[in-house]
Design a protein around this ligand. Structure first.
Ligand SMILES: CC(C)(COP(=O)(O)OP(=O)(O)OC[C@H]1O[C@@H](n2cnc3c(N)ncnc32)[C@H](O)[C@@H]1OP(=O)(O)O)[C@@H](O)C(=O)NCCC(=O)NCCS
Length: 162
C-alpha cells in the first residue's frame, strides 16, 4: 500500500459491510487513517499489502508482529464491490506471501463471533480454530467473543503442494 491508496482504502474500511466486522467500528477520519498508515510505515514488524488482479486492487491484507520465528497476526478485507471469488484469491495470495516469501512460522487471525464469512474463509484456507476468548471486546454496548484461528507454515506447505 502506498500513500496514493489512502482514500480508496479508507472508503473500503469505512463501508458498513467491512466496518461491522472490525474491532474498532467507528467511522475513521482521513486524519486518523493517515496516522495509522504513517505509524505502520515506520514499524518494521508490520506490513500492509494491497491484493491486485491485473493491476486493479481488490482487497487489503495486513500483518503485525513480523519477526524471526514469530507467530504473526493478520487481518484483511475485500473491497465492498469485489467480484465473487475474490476472497479465495486474497487468501491464496496472502498465504503464499506469508509462508513462501516471508517464511513466517505461523499466522493467527481473530474473528468477531457472528462473522460467518470470515470463519468459513479461515476454515477453507486450512486454519484451525484454536480458542474462543469469551466476552473479550466491548462493541456497540455489548461484550462479544473473539474466535482465534491459527495456521502453521508446515500445514500450509502440505496443502499447497497437494
Ligand atoms: C471475510 C471475507 C474476506 C471473505 O470473503 P469471501 O470468501 O469472498 O466471502 P464469501 O461471501 O464467499 O463467503 C465465504 C464463505 O462463508 C459463507 N458465508 C458467508 N456469509 C455467511 C453467513 N451469513 N452465514 C453462513 N455462511 C456464510 C459463504 O457461503 C462462503 O462459504 P463457502 O466457502 O462454503 O462457499 C469477506 O467477506 C470480507 O472482506 N468481509 C469483510 C471484512 C472481514 O470480515 N474481514 C475479516 C475480519 S476477521
Amino acid at each position: 500500500m502506498q500513500a496514493t491508496d489512502l482514500d480508496m482504502v479508507l472508503a473500503w474500511r469505512n463501508h458498513p459491510d467491512v466496518r461491522q466486522h472490525m474491532l474498532t467500528q467507528h467511522v475513521i477520519t482521513l486524519d486518523e487513517h493517515r496516522q495509522w498508515f504513517e505509524r505502520s510505515l515506520h514499524n518494521p514488524q508490520r506490513k500492509i499489502m494491497l491484493v491486485e488482479n491485473q493491476g486493479l486492487p481488490f482487497g487489503l491484507v495486513h500483518f503485525t508482529g513480523i519477526a524471526p520465528q514469530a507467530s504473526v497476526d493478520w487481518g484483511f478485507y475485500l473491497a465492498p464491490d469485489a467480484a465473487k471469488g475474490s476472497g479465495r484469491a486474497l487468501g491464496q495470495s496472502a498465504l503464499s506471501f506469508a509462508f513462501e516469501q516471508m517464511q513466517m512460522h505461523k499466522l493467527c487471525g481473530q474473528v468477531l463471533e457472528g462473522n460467518a464469512a470470515s470463519v468459513r474463509f479461515h476454515e477453507r484456507l486450512g486454519f484451525s480454530l484454536e480458542g474462543r476468548l469469551r466476552a473479550q471486546v466491548f462493541i456497540a454496548s455489548q461484550y462479544r467473543d473473539l474466535l482465534c484461528f491459527g495456521l502453521l507454515r508446515s500445514e500450509w506447505l502440505k496443502t499447497s503442494l497437494t
